[in-house]
Ligand binder design. Structure first.
Ligand code: A3P
Length: 907
């Protein structure tokens, strides 16, 4: 080996002079070292042993490496710990002065218009327009979108402005507006003190010093910028805390900057050109990127953005501009409630659980957060079954948590972390919950918080009634939270509801899941997490939502302690850049606050679990969407709905729901208090085995005129077909009166029909109520319009109630065509006119007929002429609107009764 080496050396070119001497010395040192190492450590006679050892070491390393990849259970990753991130938000302003409490932009001018934004967009699909709409949805600010170019929408209602601020996705479209519309809009802004926000859209052409048409201000476009800073003196800043600089390159290379020489203009934000250094490294004068127009030029206040909403800071400044320009009408509250749940306490695989030092870290981080968020305590959800299931060190971690019980808030989780929708047996569910309760009692864990969550949101929504019952029974639960109502995505649409007295709060996502435990494994890397914290998704979630409940997991507090890093960082960032005041409270208190803030959310809206794969996963296997009707007969009452129901029930492939003990053939789910009994209750009327070969339907005549019904039906049965029957509204009113009278109603028996329909607003309440029930359902056009805002006309079938009486066979044939039921059932031999009853009845055994009971097709005196005339006049406008509606939705023949009512109506 040595000889071979020497030969090679000989082949090499000889080096000359000093260079050669140095090189030779180096070679000598290297060679001597090699020889020494090889003699010292690798004598030839043991070389083979070394080789075996090396192979063994290699195998061991590969084995552990593979384990680390596929099975985290048994390895303690001490090497990961070196990557553990620590919060590094540096903010000189953290202890600086904060905004005075009363700084809310409020002036009396706000009373001139409604708290709503009018947004002009280029098209319904333009990116910035969508961003603006999403931001407004997230912050629950009301808005109307209008495509620019058409005429300006109606801007006033009575003596009030309909919009508090006008936004132009592309300011150019405002500047280029035709004279008429522009004058209209400007006049509105001046008269109602309404301001305008405009964005300069990126253009292909680079403009240098171009004048904004008609204004003493000039723009330069397509610039790349860095280091955004705020004008601390700007009156607009409210949510945004002034004084900071966001160092670094700003997103996009198409920014516009402004230059003005009129005192009406004041910068709101500045930045520097990307290569903006003068002599000796000094920065040049900053460039204005957002400018405020005080209205000194033309009496209209504006804020103009030189870039869209890609840069997070612009989102805050947009919200502040809305607040300022609407004189405080569109101001978000600065208060934010903040709760961090730690799910899975005691749950987790060996090697991923928390250790004593992690518990200490939790406690010290909690103390630091408490200084920034008064009332803050981590909220711990425990599953007792897995207590002491870690390695020895982790078991000590469990004990240290219990030694510090009083330092935390606590809530019950499932004993075995089992998903409640998997239980179909209430006793079993209650027994399992009791095991966790016994554990809590034994360990001294408080269990009176009234709060609980469920693994993977199971059972909360879609609601599994057994869970609600068991929660009440065992823990007296009053509050829970979920990400699933109405759906996981988009997060900005998550809402709360109350079901069976349990308040369900929307829960927000923070990006940490059970398996997000190491920073180097964070999806998208650490930069992604930092981006979310520093102005991105997590930061914005806190800015937009007055109440934030985040779910984390025990594993996020061990390992790289990502939850501690994330929350301490984001809280600091919020404090650094906003005037938001974070605080925390008990879940019960937070829930009460929530529903005070959003009382309209109290009532749930039951959606269809089969429309969302995530919902289906957390829905009992015993439940099926086949247990829902395919069409609904919606009424209105007294138009022949029972007759239609009976005829449908004769059909061999159509079946109705099981009868209700209270309302007989009608379930009356969508219109009344039954809705609060939940979806399980409704579905129990449609057992799967019965309806498997049937076309299921439900008839509740009260649905037609129920305010909330179309919305609720659409949420659950968006593809359902709707069947309605219409007769003369005057006749319908009279039939209702006779029906009520026959039922012994004292008002109907004490007042004539004419007295009822002419009762004034000062009449006794029961009389007014009867009047309303006679008149209101007959305003057909109003009610149908409401249905048609949720359903397309193709899903609606209108039956002429007079033809139903005179020729039900024709009606049933048409209905079957509409429902696309094949083969068609021939009703000819099944319905026959009954001379006694004076109506069509069902034929039994080819001979006898079975007619509807006494209460249908009653004999009563005809309506007085004066009442008929009065009602025809009363319903004139509604009937006229109905004709238009019927034509609009393609109904070819206007019913005879409608034509008669219109022609006979006294003018
Ligand atoms: P009257 O009893 O005032 O005549 P509903 O079932 O929606 O309450 O409607 C009852 C009305 O259905 C009856 O009102 C009757 O006029 C009408 N109807 C239509 N076809 C019928 C039938 N085949 N048998 C009995 N009533 C029928």
């Amino acid at each position: 080996m040595t000889n071979f080496k020497m030969n090679i050396d000989k082949l090499r070119k000889p080096l000359l002079g000093k260079e050669a001497t140095v090189k030779r010395k180096k070679n000598c040192i290297t060679q001597c070292l090699r020889n020494w190492i090889s003699n010292r450590f690798f004598p030839r006679r043991i070389n083979w042993k070394i080789s075996i050892l090396a192979v063994l070491i290699l195998i061991t390393l590969i084995y552990y490496y593979r384990l680390s990849q596929f099975d985290l259970k048994y390895i303690n990753y001490s090497f990961h710990r070196s990557t553990r991130p620590t919060p590094n938000i540096r903010c000189s302003r953290l202890n600086g002065p904060r905004l005075p409490q009363n700084h809310d932009h409020k002036t009396d001018a706000r009373l001139r218009s409604d708290p709503k934004v009018l947004v002009f967009v280029e098209t319904m699909y333009s990116k910035l327009g969508k961003d603006i709409a999403e931001l407004l949805v997230h912050t629950r600010i009301k808005y109307k979108i209008e495509v620019v170019g058409k005429s300006v929408p109606v801007l006033t209602s009575l003596d009030k402005g309909k919009y508090g601020v006008i936004v132009f996705e592309d300011l150019n479209k405002y500047l280029q507006m035709d004279k008429w519309n522009r004058e209209l809009l400007d006049k509105y802004c001046r008269e109602y003190f309404v301001g305008i926000i405009g964005f300069i859209n990126p253009s292909e052409e680079t403009l240098v010093g171009a004048e904004l048409k008609g204004f003493p201000i000039f723009i330069h476009t397509n610039i790349q910028l860095k280091d955004a800073a705020l004008n601390a003196a700007s009156q607009i800043l409210r949510l945004t805390r002034p004084g900071g600089t966001m160092w670094g390159t700003l997103p996009g290379d198409d920014w516009t900057i402004f230059q003005a020489n009129h005192s009406t203009y004041e910068p709101l934000e500045w930045a520097h050109k990307i290569d903006d250094y003068g002599h000796e490294g000094l920065m040049k004068t900053p460039l204005t990127t957002i400018v405020q127009d005080h209205g000194l030029f033309d009496n209209i206040q504006r804020v103009i953005f030189g870039s869209g909403l890609k840069f997070w800071l612009h989102r805050l400044l947009f919200l502040d501009s809305l607040s300022y320009l609407s004189h405080g009408q569109l101001s978000l509250s600065l208060e934010r409630k903040f709760l961090i749940d730690i799910d899975d306490i005691f749950v987790g695989d060996k090697g991923t659980r928390i250790k004593p030092e992690d518990v200490s870290a939790m406690l010290s981080t909690q103390r630091r957060i408490q200084n920034m968020v008064p009332g803050f305590k981590f909220n711990l959800g425990f599953s007792g079954k897995y207590y002491q299931h870690g390695n020895p060190d982790e078991d000590k971690g469990d004990d240290l948590i219990l030694e510090n019980i009083d330092e935390f808030r606590w809530f019950s989780h499932m004993w075995n972390h089992q998903q409640p929708h998997l239980y179909d047996n209430l006793t079993q569910l209650i027994d399992d919950m009791n095991l966790n309760k016994n554990f809590a009692e034994e360990k001294g864990i408080p269990f009176d918080s009234g709060y609980s969550v469920s693994p993977h949101h199971s059972g909360v929504y879609p609601a599994h009634e057994l869970l609600y019952t068991a929660w009440k029974n065992v823990w007296n639960i009053r509050v829970t939270s979920t990400e699933e109502y109405p759906h996981l995505r988009p997060a900005r649409l998550r809402r709360g509801f109350i079901h069976r007295n349990i308040m369900v709060l929307p829960r927000q996502t923070c990006g940490l899941f059970t398996h997000t435990i190491y920073i180097d494994k964070y999806p998208g890397g650490r930069d992604k997490l930092d981006e979310s914290i520093q102005g991105g998704e997590l930061f914005q979630t806190i800015v937009y939502n007055p109440i934030n409940i985040f779910m984390t997991h025990m594993s996020n507090y061990g390992n790289d302690r990502l939850a501690l890093y994330t929350f301490e960082s984001v809280i600091k960032f919020v404090q650094c850049w906003t005037n938001i005041r974070l605080s925390s409270d008990t879940p019960l208190q937070i829930a009460e606050n929530y529903f005070k803030l959003y009382p309209e959310e109290t009532d749930p809206i039951w959606g269809n679990p089969c429309d969302d794969p995530k919902h289906q996963k957390i829905w009992s296997k015993n439940k099926s969407c086949d247990s829902l009707p395919k069409f609904l007969v919606i009424g209105p009452q007294k138009t022949g709905t029972t007759a239609l129901y009976t005829f449908l029930s004769i059909h061999p492939s159509i079946a109705s729901n099981l009868p209700s003990t209270e309302t007989f053939e009608e379930i009356q789910f969508f219109n009344a208090n039954n809705y609060y009994k939940g979806l399980d209750w409704y579905m129990d009327f449609f057992p799967v085995d019965v309806n498997s070969s049937h076309y299921m339907f439900e008839k509740s005549a009260t649905y037609f005129d129920g305010d909330l019904v179309p919305k609720r039906v659409h949420a659950l049965l968006p593809h359902t077909k709707l069947v309605t029957i219409l007769i003369s509204p005057a006749k319908r009113a009279y039939s209702w009166y006779q029906h009520i009278k026959a039922h012994g109603d004292t008002i109907a028996n004490n007042y004539s029909f004419h007295q009822v329909i002419t009762a004034g607003d000062t009449a006794p309440k029961p009389l007014r109520e009867l009047r309303n029930r006679c008149l209101n359902p007959g305003k057909y056009s109003q009610h149908l319009e409401r249905w048609l805002t949720y359903f397309p006309p193709q899903q609606l079938h209108i039956i002429d109630g007079e033809i139903l009486k005179s020729n039900p066979i024709e009606i049933m044939d048409e209905l079957q065509k509409f429902l696309k039921i094949t083969p068609q059932f021939n009703y000819t031999g099944h319905l026959r006119y009954d001379e006694m009853k004076k109506f069509y009845c069902q034929v039994l055994n080819g001979e006898r007929t079975k007619c509807l009971g006494k209460s249908k097709g009653r004999h009563y005196p005809p309506m007085e002429e004066k009442s008929l005339k009065l009602l025809q006049r009363y319903f004139l406008s509604h009937n006229t609107a109905l004709v238009k509606l019927l034509k609009r939705i393609g109904m070819r023949n206007v019913p005879q009764w409608l034509q008669d009512d219109l022609t006979d109506s006294p003018t």
